[in-house]
Design a protein around this ligand. Structure first.
Ligand code: RM4
Ligand code: MN
Length: 390
């Protein structure tokens, strides 16, 4: 076994689990066109079967996040049993208040108490689902804001958001958590009610210890130093989860580590530095991606491997040497230590380690050779658009 990955590093990698999103397996697209893929899942059960393939070949994706109502089923016990049979579990439950006419001018922030209550009730339904699936986290992303200056009372909306979130939070069980995701724009183009980590932090801090921030890597203005936010939230004990993806322009939801591998490295270095991979870490690592033109299961396999590879590289940083260089004011020396780890190819060592644990050295090739893709293409006719159209 190569000595590059020390037992300490392997111990961290061993317990790494990345939650995959059920919606990544359905057809998705842009507002211009949604391209169909042969074998697209027709229901939440089939989405879970597909997600389980990712875990089967990588050992990295033991949990599937679901989205309500997209993944609403009559029998959640059956969904849990199905997931278990496939070797995975059900993780974070995501709420959805962005596809109902009533929510045109807001949901949890709406001026009308009836609409607010409807949105709160939807979250109560999500908590009921969590009780059935044994999920820990309720993740809330809000599509709320306004398009024109003067259109909305931004201050009043912040107050109503707090009141609505407090009602939802109160309903959570002792072992359950609320994570609030921010996004700087879209679908609203002038103001957004939870645009940044500071707003999310202010809102969750006002709720209590079991409320955290969710950081979606695609939800910042270009040029934002995301690893600084990671550092700060870990420092404050309020980083609850990541939605990993990558972007060139806006919220592109591309494969994590594809657009900017170095940024992923910098983020994961701060995760390591801040204890985000420790045994008792509160951080859930999730993907939030859409595979519009590439095959979905291979897209997810690529994604979890990207996270694993970059985690390994982040763990390779010689932090003691780095600290010495920092204290000595050795600017280029410190930077060189950092870059050395980033430039290290860990793929052969990871393949070897994977094999030693009974996993395929090359998960992508193993999946492509398994015949699963051909089987679902033949078996499933009339797949649904498992995301945006549902
Ligand atoms: C949003 C946000 C959420 C995800 C939806 C599908 O932009 O990132 O996390 O649930 O998309
Ligand atoms: Mn997200």
């Amino acid at each position: 076994m190569s000595t590059q990955l020390t037992p300490d590093i392997l111990a961290v990698l061993e317990r790494q689990g990345i939650e995959v999103p059920s919606w990544a397996y359905g057809n998705s697209g842009t507002r211009f066109k949604v391209f169909g893929t042969p074998g697209t899942p027709r229901d939440p059960f089939e989405k879970i079967s597909d997600a389980a393939q990712v875990h089967r070949y990588t050992g990295l994706a033991p949990v599937v996040a679901i989205h309500i109502p997209w993944d609403r089923v009559d029998d959640y016990d059956a969904l849990v049993a199905h997931a278990r049979e496939q070797g995975v579990g059900i993780g974070t439950v995501n709420s959805n208040t962005f596809q109902d006419d009533d929510y045109k001018f807001g949901a949890l922030t709406h001026e009308d108490p009836r609409v607010r209550q409807k949105a709160i009730d939807h979250h109560f339904e999500c908590i009921d689902v969590m009780d059935r699936t044994g999920s820990r986290d309720l993740k809330i992303w809000l599509a709320e804001g306004s398009n024109y200056p003067g259109q909305a009372d931004m201050r009043g909306r912040q107050d109503r958001l707090h009141e609505s979130l407090a009602k939802i939070y109160e309903r959570l069980g002792e072992d359950q958590r609320l994570v609030l995701e921010y996004k700087f724009f879209e679908p609203a183009f002038y103001h957004t009610d939870v645009p940044d980590w500071g707003t999310s932090y202010a809102q969750v801090s006002a709720l209590g210890d079991r409320a955290f921030v969710c950081l979606d890597t695609g939800h910042h203005a270009p040029g934002t130093n995301i690893e600084f936010i990671v550092m700060q939230l870990l420092r404050l004990g309020k980083l609850g989860s990541f939605d990993f993806n990558s972007r060139f322009y806006a919220d592109d939801d591309l494969i994590v580590g594809a657009a900017d591998p170095f940024q992923l490295f910098r983020i994961l270095f701060e995760v390591v530095r801040g204890g985000g991979l420790d045994v008792d870490s509160p951080v859930a690592f999730m993907l939030d991606q859409c595979h519009n033109v590439e095959d979905k299961i291979p897209g997810q396999i690529r994604s979890v491997l990207n996270v694993q590879e970059m985690t390994a590289r982040a763990l390779l940083v010689d932090r003691e040497a780095l600290r010495r260089a920092q204290l000595a004011g050795d600017v280029l020396g410190a930077n060189a230590i950092f870059m050395d780890a980033f430039q290290t190819d860990v793929r052969p060592a990871l393949a070897e380690w994977r094999q030693s644990r009974g996993l395929p050295a090359d998960p992508m090739a193993a999946y492509l050779g398994s015949g699963y893709r051909e089987r679902i293409a033949a078996d499933r006719v009339g797949g649904t658009q498992a995301g945006w159209g549902a």
